[in-house]
Write a protein that binds this ligand. Structure first.
Ligand code: FE2
Length: 326
């Protein structure tokens, strides 16, 4: 294992992670959970899908919930700065023999679908239909007051290779990482937008999406959400937390939606824009890595995740296991 240099010389500019598209079995159940309980803004509902956004977002969607017979992930989305970045990104990946394809997505201009060598389905776009942001419409603040999309975390059977692909070929920058006793890369947190991460990866059977995450203004929004979920029939959807992560320093809660897709509610991490920021390394067996307060995560948190549509799951190569609450 080894850390590789960051790549500041790529000829395209990925701005940030942007959205996730989940396949779900029951649109009414999804709307009740995401809109009525969590407080997402319903941008639009069609026969086939629900499009949601957070309070400060000016774009049509950050969550797409598409009706399907199977609960899975259809894509994770990233925004690039300009249309020309899409063409340059495509040429770069075509040169590496990485699978790319132009696809048509509702309310997005051009969308480039990429399947990484590890099997992750990524979609890149530059322009999406604009809608009114709701950040000064305080009457619209419901549920946990979701402010903006923050990050993804993915399971991969080859953490070192995946980390190197995102850093070397897509220009992500490492902020924190976890290694095993043998010094192998076990997890990595990487960013484009200047906080701890847009994309994290964790060793495990994959490719699978571990979670998508939404940023909220304060820890009290998370406490309030717990009170609401506990008294509206969603107590079993609370999986882990609340707590403070060692990694990222953030206050967190993990919940499961009606299809089992994991959503993290996240606040209070730190700024990482300096190009010479030193990544912080953690030992896999350090209990404060997972939770600063020392409480281990449940087994489900390490073992369950959402598969990518049409993508076979490969077994994790590494035997090393973190501390698990039994
Ligand atoms: Fe996270």
């Amino acid at each position: 294992m080894g850390l590789i240099p960051h790549n500041f010389d790529l000829p395209f500019n990925i701005i940030r992670c942007s959205h996730v598209e989940y396949a779900v079995k029951d649109l009414d159940a999804s709307q009740k959970f995401y809109v009525d309980t969590l407080g997402f803004i319903l941008t639009e509902r069609t026969e086939e899908a629900i499009y949601l956004r957070c309070l400060e977002e000016q774009q049509h969607h950050s969550y797409i919930l598409r009706k399907s017979g199977k609960s899975e992930v259809l894509a994770v989305g990233f925004k690039v700065a300009f249309e020309k970045d899409l063409d340059v990104l495509k040429a770069h990946l075509d040169n590496l023999k990485v699978s790319t394809e132009w696809v048509t997505k509702y309310k997005e201009d051009r969308t480039l679908k990429v399947v990484t060598p590890q099997g992750f389905i990524l979609e890149f776009y530059a322009r999406m239909a604009k809608v009114k942001d709701m950040k000064r419409e305080y009457a619209a603040y419901k549920g946990m007051h979701p402010q903006r999309f923050d990050h993804f975390n993915i399971f991969t059977p080859n953490a070192q290779e995946t980390y190197e692909f995102f850093v070397r070929e897509l220009g992500f920058r490492l902020t924190e990482y976890t290694t095993t006793e043998k010094g192998e890369m076990w997890a990595a947190w990487m960013h484009r937008k200047g906080n701890v991460h847009d994309m994290a990866l964790t060793n495990g059977d994959g490719p699978r999406l571990h979670h998508s995450a939404v940023w909220v203004p304060t820890a009290l929004n998370i406490i309030h959400l717990l009170d609401v979920m506990s008294t509206t029939g969603y107590v079993d959807n609370i999986e882990r937390g609340p707590g403070r992560h060692g990694v990222s320093n953030a206050f967190f809660l993990y919940i499961r939606d009606p299809d089992g897709h994991r959503v993290e509610i996240y606040t209070c991490d730190y700024m990482t824009v300096d190009p010479d920021l030193e990544p912080l390394g953690w030992d896999l067996r350090d209990p404060q890595r997972q939770t600063l307060w020392g409480a281990p995560a449940p087994r489900s948190w390490f073992e369950e995740g959402s598969t990518f549509a049409g993508t076979p799951v490969l077994e994790a190569k590494m035997e090393a296991r973190p501390i698990i609450a039994e």
